[in-house]
Design a protein around this ligand. Sequence first.
Ligand code: FMN
Length: 220
Amino acid sequence: MIVSHKRIALLPIELPATSDDYALPFNVAVARRRTIRAIAATPLGLLELSNLLWTAFGMNRIAGPFGGPGRTAASASNSQEIDLYVALESAAYRYDAVDHRLDPVATGDWRSLAMTRDQPSGTIAPVQLIYVVDLHRLTHTIGFEEPGLQDPEVQKSYYFVDTGLIAGNVYLFAAAHGMACWFHNCDRQVLTHCLRLRDDQKVLFAQSVGWPASPATEPP
Ligand SMILES: Cc1cc2nc3c(=O)[nH]c(=O)nc-3n(C[C@H](O)[C@H](O)[C@H](O)COP(=O)(O)O)c2cc1C
């Protein structure tokens, strides 16, 4: 597939302050955690998106380990090497956790690329989270420097684990808010091009988030 880069004419989206007094209790959310693949096209509100991204990998401490800020998911040596790219209907953005903001990356609807061709979903979920590792942030960590950060095999183990920790937060957030969520493969090659990634950035996985298409078919 040939996809041309489009000119960015979008402004960053300043996310509202999080507010989460309507979530289900933690134990109920854990009991309800599951993959729901049938997701309605209904968009999430900006506050819902804000809460989702903060829970996924937001900044929860200004002063975290080894001099860097703290995040809602652990990362190897606090390297914070995973970026969340967020594909919405109109454009793709990169989540800036420090400023709690979405920075535009490319105009256009890239959400279907976050699926693989053998995963028909019926409708396109309103939000596709795309997990991208920035290897430079491992080799030049803001956190604790250890030899493993320079070893490709060790790096791989770190960035896949760190992705899973964020994805787990997203699954629990979805369960706690009655949302649908699905972690899956994606078209890594085309997304790499569309998201204008450097050679030392890699697309890893994607996660669809939205409202369940049929709540009655997905009992708690
Ligand atoms: C690393 C990983 C890769 C996955 N890839 C896909 C995928 O490509 N397509 C898919 O439909 N589901 C995918 N899943 C979702 C799993 O199939 C699902 O989590 C599993 O069946 C357990 O279901 P549950 O999440 O409801 O407990 C993936 C999950 C993980 C953790």
